[in-house]
Design a protein around this ligand. Structure first.
Ligand SMILES: NC(=O)c1ccc[n+]([C@@H]2O[C@H](COP(=O)([O-])OP(=O)(O)OC[C@H]3O[C@@H](n4cnc5c(N)ncnc54)[C@H](OP(=O)(O)O)[C@@H]3O)[C@@H](O)[C@H]2O)c1
Length: 169
């Protein structure tokens, strides 16, 4: 049976590139993003080009109930996920105090809390199985938190989190 990879934010940019590369290597895919039409279109193109199975799992990862659906998919022992790519992430324009607090909360939720939740769900199965990979897409901005405001702070966390969990695994 081919391995399965779940990629968040897989309909554009870096996430779409991960999805194409993983499909080209023969992975079946679970694609996560909010826009269902775009998900279906990306999935159809990947099926056609790479002859792999592609599920679409629409979810806004800043919404706890929708995120839970992705966590449940990752934790499903009947359909193991071999590779998790935590890619979905956003930036914010403007200075911290001039932005809406709700936008800052969404930034933290997507770039940090969702990464923590999905990684937790994935490792609960991967570690006992003794196999699996988790990727956290961070940013060089995380090495220069003074340069990019709170976005950079979330990426400093993402890098530190990945290293912390890698040390434990
Ligand atoms: N672009 C860069 O130069 C750069 C540099 C360094 C690091 N990064 C990091 O790389 C990652 C991807 O960046 P990108 O620029 O390639 O992204 P992008 O082109 O803006 O694409 C974002 C993807 O995430 C999905 N998404 C956005 N909000 C979401 C949410 N709340 N829930 C679920 N999915 C969501 C989008 O689809 P929907 O809108 O349909 O949800 C889309 O598929 C991010 O973590 C970013 O911080 C980017």
């Amino acid at each position: 049976m081919p391995p399965t990879a779940l990629v968040t934010g897989s309909t554009a940019g870096i996430g779409a590139a991960f999805a194409r590369a993983l499909a080209a290597e023969g992975h079946d895919l679970v694609l996560v993003a909010r826009d269902v039409t775009r998900l279906e279109s990306v999935a159809a193109a990947l099926r056609e080009r790479h002859r792999v199975e592609v599920e679409v799992l629409p979810a806004d990862l800043t919404d706890r109930a929708q995120s839970r659906l992705v966590e449940e998919r990752l934790a499903d022992p009947a359909r193991p996920v071999d590779v998790l790519v935590n890619n979905a992430g956003i930036g914010l324009k403007g200075r911290f105090w001039e932005t809406e607090l709700a936008d800052q909360e969404r930034l933290l939720e997507l770039n940090c809390a969702a990464v923590m939740r999905l990684t937790h769900a994935a490792l609960r199965g991967m570690v006992p199985r003794g196999t699996g990979d988790v990727i956290v897409v961070s940013s060089t901005a995380g090495y220069a938190p003074g340069s990019r405001g709170p976005y950079a702070a979330t990426k400093a966390w993402a890098t530190a989190f990945a290293e912390a969990i890698s040390g434990q695994v």
